[in-house]
Design a protein around this ligand. Structure first.
Ligand code: AHN
Ligand code: ZN
Length: 353
């Protein structure tokens, strides 16, 4: 904390210039003042902020803890698959809402009955946590928190009806956002921030299902919120979706629809990542177009939104080999990847004015 040391030296210099006849009083005052300043310095140093140079001035950015994000991720997975209409799902919803509240967010639980492609009514719960709720300028950060009910991409046919543990495909994004919420509650950013954990993203129609395939069978929670935002007339400067952000050595390619709708936001995030030394995760290569929660935020609400989503060129799906399989477990979540994503997003948010 060199800036705090500077404060002490300045005061010291000023006191040396005082009259000699007042020497004893000054020495005593100096001791008291230095004591007060060192207490202040100690308190400041415990805030664990990182300074970053922007074009205009230094900003203090709280330091993202990957250990903490990892724990938030594991806690969700420990409930079991968070498939809508299950106890694990409902227990996890309570956990997520309580966590956001404990971190100081204003929380809304947006419950809705949403009908899936197969007619199942999903008792859905979008969980919304707002920081600086009255601020007009807002940033939207979102992830889905539900688990896919079927591991339909599993290599073993006997696993394809089992639910997905969704460590990466669900819990990783939420874990990063919970850690950001923890830090934001202690040290508010300049702008308003809304964190939304969307439900019922992953109940989409399997490729081998009967009937016409429907892209809109995915992202049901987001579609509902976009039509019924928690605040009437809701808008935000931009939105960032985190989807599958925990795999070891994940690469995030520039997703096509993010580029089309919000190219400047892609540039903002990718250049921040690069300047922080995370260029190996945030690749400059173009990814394909992905139907994901950001599409509806862009199309329905007109909030320019991007998707940070793993692209794995080695697989035919383009997603990680664990995707929609029984292997989407904590073994596939890596703290280094969580660190890269979390640190980048903290810089993005704290540099907004
Ligand atoms: C489709 O598979 C159509 N979109 C991917 C959205 C998704 C599912 N993200 C995570 N799980
Ligand atoms: Zn999925």
């Amino acid at each position: 904390m060199p800036d705090k040391v500077n404060v002490c030296l300045t005061v010291d210099t000023v006191f040396r210039k005082k009259s000699v006849s007042l020497w004893h009083i000054i020495v005593n005052m100096k001791k008291i003042l230095l004591l007060v300043l060192s207490v202040f310095q100690f308190v400041s140093c415990t805030q664990t902020t990182r300074s970053a140079q922007t074009k205009e001035k230094m900003v203090n950015i709280p330091v993202f803890s990957a250990d903490s994000a990892y724990k938030f991720c594991k806690k969700q997975v420990d409930f079991g698959p968070r498939v809508p209409n299950t106890l694990a799902h409902d227990d996890c919803a309570v956990y997520l809402s309580e966590k956001l509240k404990a971190f100081g967010a204003e929380v809304v639980n947006q419950k809705a009955d949403l009908t899936a492609f197969d007619g199942t009514v999903l008792k859905s719960d979008n969980i919304i946590g707002s920081f600086n709720p009255k601020a007009e300028t807002r940033i939207l950060l979102f992830s889905h928190w539900d688990s896919r009910p079927w591991a339909d991409q599993d290599s073993k046919p006997e696993n394809r009806k089992k639910p997905v543990m969704a460590a990466n495909d669900g819990a990783s994004g939420v874990g990063v956002l919970l850690e950001m919420a923890r830090l934001m509650g202690k040290n508010l950013p300049n702008v308003g921030v809304d964190i939304i954990f969307f439900d019922s993203e992953d109940y989409g129609q399997p490729e081998n299902a009967q009937g016409e395939s429907s892209e809109d069978s995915w992202c049901l929670g987001t579609q509902y919120w976009a039509h019924h935002p928690h605040v009437p007339g809701y808008t935000a400067r931009f939105g960032i979706l985190l989807d599958m952000v925990g795999a070891p050595q994940a690469t995030f390619f520039k997703e096509q629809m993010s580029e089309n709708f919000a190219g400047n936001v892609v540039d903002k995030v990718w250049s921040q990542a690069k300047s922080l030394g995370f260029g190996q995760y945030f690749s400059d290569q173009k990814g394909g177009a992905i139907t994901d929660d950001h599409i509806y935020v862009n199309q329905i609400l007109g909030i320019p939104s991007i998707d940070i989503i793993q692209y794995d060129p080695k697989t035919t799906s383009g997603f990680g080999s664990y995707w929609h399989t029984t292997h989407d477990t904590m073994d596939n979540v890596d703290k280094n990847t969580l660190q890269a994503v979390g640190t980048t997003l903290m810089s993005v948010v704290y540099n907004e004015k």
